[in-house]
Design a protein around this ligand. Structure first.
Ligand code: MV4
Length: 494
C-alpha cells in the first residue's frame, strides 16, 4: 500500500495521516465544502471535495469515497471513528471495488453491530454476561416472568442500539409491560428494528474496555484496559489507562475474555471490547466496537504501540510484530476530551471562532487536535475540538501533568470543557479512584465550576495582597498558597 485515503475529518484524520506519513505512505483527504480550509486537507498529499457540509451529503457517502480512491489511485481506506467506520455495507463495497479497508471484515462488523448476535457469539467462549435474555423478546408477559426471576431493577436494551441508545431502566414488575412497549416502539423508529432484550441492571458500574488487535494470520492480543467511567449522558469525558481498580489477575482475566470475544468473530485489526465491572469486581461483556476509538491514545501512551501503524500493517497482510508477552504497561495515561460546549450552561454546544488557541507543551503532554488559532468550529459535526492526553510514571503524575496542561491550554472565543476537565482532575473521588459511571451526575453542578473559579480568584487576591505586603516589608513571611497550587494566571512577576 503506497497511498491511503482517510475517510474522515478533524483530529482523527490528521492522527491517521501522521502515522501513514511516517511509514512512507502517501495520503488522500476527503472533505466537505465546510472543511475546505481544514487542517486535514492541508496536511494530506492530495484532497478531494466530496460534497456539501452535511455529513449525509459528504462524509457518509460511500460511493463518493470510493470514487475519490479511484480518482487518486488510493489502494486503502481508513475510516477513522464515527461516519462509515462500523458500516458493514461500506466495508463490503470497499472490498468489491478492489480496495482494502483498514479495519475488520464486514462479517465481524455485522456480528458485533447487533448486541444480540454479539452476545450469541461471545457466549460460545464462556465470556461472562449479565443475567438476562439472549434472544429478542417476542412474548412480553413471558419476559416479565423472566424479569421477576432476574430481579429488579432490570434494563431493556435495543439489539440494534449502541453507546447507551435505546436503553430503559425498569424499577418494578408493575412498570414492565408499559416500558417494554415504549422500548419496542422507540427501537423501531430509531433503528428500524424493534428487537429488544433484558438484563439485570448493574446500578453503579465502572466502564472498562479492553483494546484488542488481531492480524489476518489468527494472532490476537490485548493491549490492556481503558477506564472510561467518567461520562456524561453516554459521552465520555475522561479516559485513562490502566484502570486503578484492576488487579493484575483481573486484568489478565478480562484481557483473555476480550481476546476470546475477538476470536468469536475472527476479528482483524484494532477493536475494543466493552465490559462493565460491578462493586464485587465481577465483569460482564457489553459489546464490541469494531473501530479505532477516540480514546486510543491512552493505550498508545502506556504501551508505546502506534495503533494506526499496526492497523495499516495488518491491512497489508503482515503478522503482528509482537506477542502478548512482549507488551507491558509503562506508567499511566489520561485523556481529557475538549468539547466546544459550555459546562456552566448544561454543556450547550458553543460555536464561533478560536480567537486564541494555544496548546500546552512539555514533558508527557500530547494534543490530538484539528484546529488552529483563527479557525471557526463548524456546526455540522461533532463538537469535540481536541483531545488532551498526559502520560506520567504513575497516576498521580499523569493527573498533575493534566492539571498543568489544562492551565497552559488557552482557548478564547468559544466556551470549552477544559475547566470541567480540571474540576474532575481535582475532585477527591477521581483522585482517590473511588468513582463509577455516575461521577458527573453525582458530583457536578455548574455551581461547582463557579465555586472553583471564585476560589481561584480568591487565592489570586490573597497572593496579590501578600506580594504587595512582602514588597513593602521584605521580612514579612510569605503565604505559600501559590507554591502548593497550580492555579492559572496568578503568577508573580519580578
Ligand atoms: C448496562 C448498564 C448496567 N447494567 N447494562 C451504557 C452503554 C452501553 N454500552 C451499555 N451501557 C450500560 N449497560 C447493564 N446490564 C449500564 C450501562 C451504562 C453505562 C455503561 C458504561 C458506561 C457508562 C454508562 C452509563 C450509563 C449506563
Amino acid at each position: 500500500m503506497k497511498k491511503i485515503l482517510v475517510a474522515n475529518r478533524g483530529e482523527i484524520a490528521l492522527r491517521i495521516m501522521r502515522s501513514a506519513r511516517e511509514m512512507g505512505i502517501n495520503t488522500v483527504a476527503v472533505y466537505s465544502e465546510a472543511d475546505r480550509n481544514a487542517l486535514h486537507v492541508r496536511y494530506a498529499d492530495e484532497a478531494v471535495c466530496i460534497g456539501p457540509a452535511a455529513s449525509s451529503q459528504s462524509y457518509l457517502l460511500g460511493d463518493k469515497i470510493i470514487d475519490a480512491c479511484k480518482l487518486t489511485g488510493a489502494e486503502g481506506v481508513h475510516p477513522g471513528y464515527g461516519f462509515l467506520s462500523e458500516n458493514a455495507a461500506f466495508a463490503r463495497q470497499v472490498k468489491q471495488a478492489g480496495l482494502v479497508l483498514i479495519g475488520p471484515s464486514p462479517e465481524a462488523m455485522e456480528i458485533m453491530g447487533n448486541k444480540l448476535s454479539a452476545k450469541a457469539a461471545a457466549l460460545k467462549f464462556n465470556i461472562p454476561m449479565v443475567p438476562g435474555t439472549d434472544e429478542a423478546i417476542k412474548d412480553i408477559p413471558l419476559a416479565q416472568k423472566r424479569a421477576v426471576e432476574i430481579g429488579f431493577p432490570i434494563l431493556i436494551k435495543a439489539a440494534a442500539g449502541g453507546g447507551g441508545k435505546g436503553m430503559r431502566i425498569v424499577e418494578k414488575a408493575g412498570d414492565f409491560i408499559e416500558q417494554m412497549n415504549l422500548a419496542v416502539s422507540e427501537a423501531t423508529s430509531a433503528f428500524g428494528d424493534g428487537s429488544v432484550f433484558i438484563e439485570r441492571y448493574v446500578s453503579s458500574p465502572r466502564h472498562i474496555e479492553i483494546q484488542v488487535i488481531g492480524d489476518s494470520h489468527g494472532n490476537i492480543v490485548h493491549l490492556f484496559e481503558r477506564d472510561c467511567s467518567v461520562q456524561r449522558r453516554h459521552q465520555k469525558v475522561v479516559e485513562e489507562a490502566p484502570s486503578s481498580v484492576l488487579s493484575p489477575e483481573l486484568r489478565e482475566k478480562m484481557g483473555r475474555s476480550a481476546v476470546d470475544a475477538a476470536r468469536a468473530c475472527n476479528y482483524t485489526g484494532a477493536g475494543t471490547v466493552e465490559f462493565i465491572l460491578d462493586e464485587n469486581l465481577d465483569f460482564f461483556f457489553l459489546e464490541m466496537n469494531t473501530r479505532l476509538q477516540v480514546e486510543h491514545p491512552v493505550t498508545e501512551m502506556i504501551t508505546g504501540i502506534d495503533l494506526v501503524k499496526e492497523q495499516i500493517r495488518i491491512a497489508r497482510g503482515e503478522k503482528l510484530s509482537f506477542t502478548q508477552e512482549d507488551i507491558e504497561i509503562n506508567g499511566h495515561a489520561i485523556e481529557v476530551r475538549v468539547y466546544a460546549e459550555d459546562p456552566a450552561n448544561n454543556f450547550l454546544p458553543d460555536i464561533g471562532t478560536l480567537q486564541t488557541y494555544k496548546t500546552p507543551k512539555g514533558p508527557g503532554v500530547r494534543v490530538d487536535d484539528g484546529f488552529e488559532q483563527g479557525m471557526e468550529i463548524p456546526i455540522y459535526y461533532d463538537p469535540m475540538i481536541a483531545k488532551l492526553i498526559t502520560h506520567g510514571k504513575d497516576r498521580r503524575e499523569a493527573i498533575e501533568r493534566m492539571i498543568r496542561a489544562i492551565d497552559e491550554y488557552t482557548i478564547t472565543g468559544i466556551q470549552t470543557t477544559l475547566g470541567f476537565g480540571k474540576y474532575v482532575m481535582q475532585h477527591p473521588a477521581f483522585v482517590s479512584g473511588d468513582f463509577d459511571t455516575h461521577f458527573v451526575s453525582k458530583y457536578f453542578t455548574p455551581a461547582a465550576l463557579v465555586n472553583a473559579n471564585e476560589e481561584e480568584a480568591m487565592i489570586a487576591a490573597i497572593i496579590a495582597a501578600n506580594f504587595l505586603k512582602s514588597r513593602s516589608n521584605p521580612a514579612a513571611p510569605s503565604n505559600d498558597v501559590a507554591s502548593s497550587s497550580s492555579w492559572k494566571k496568578n503568577r508573580t512577576e519580578y
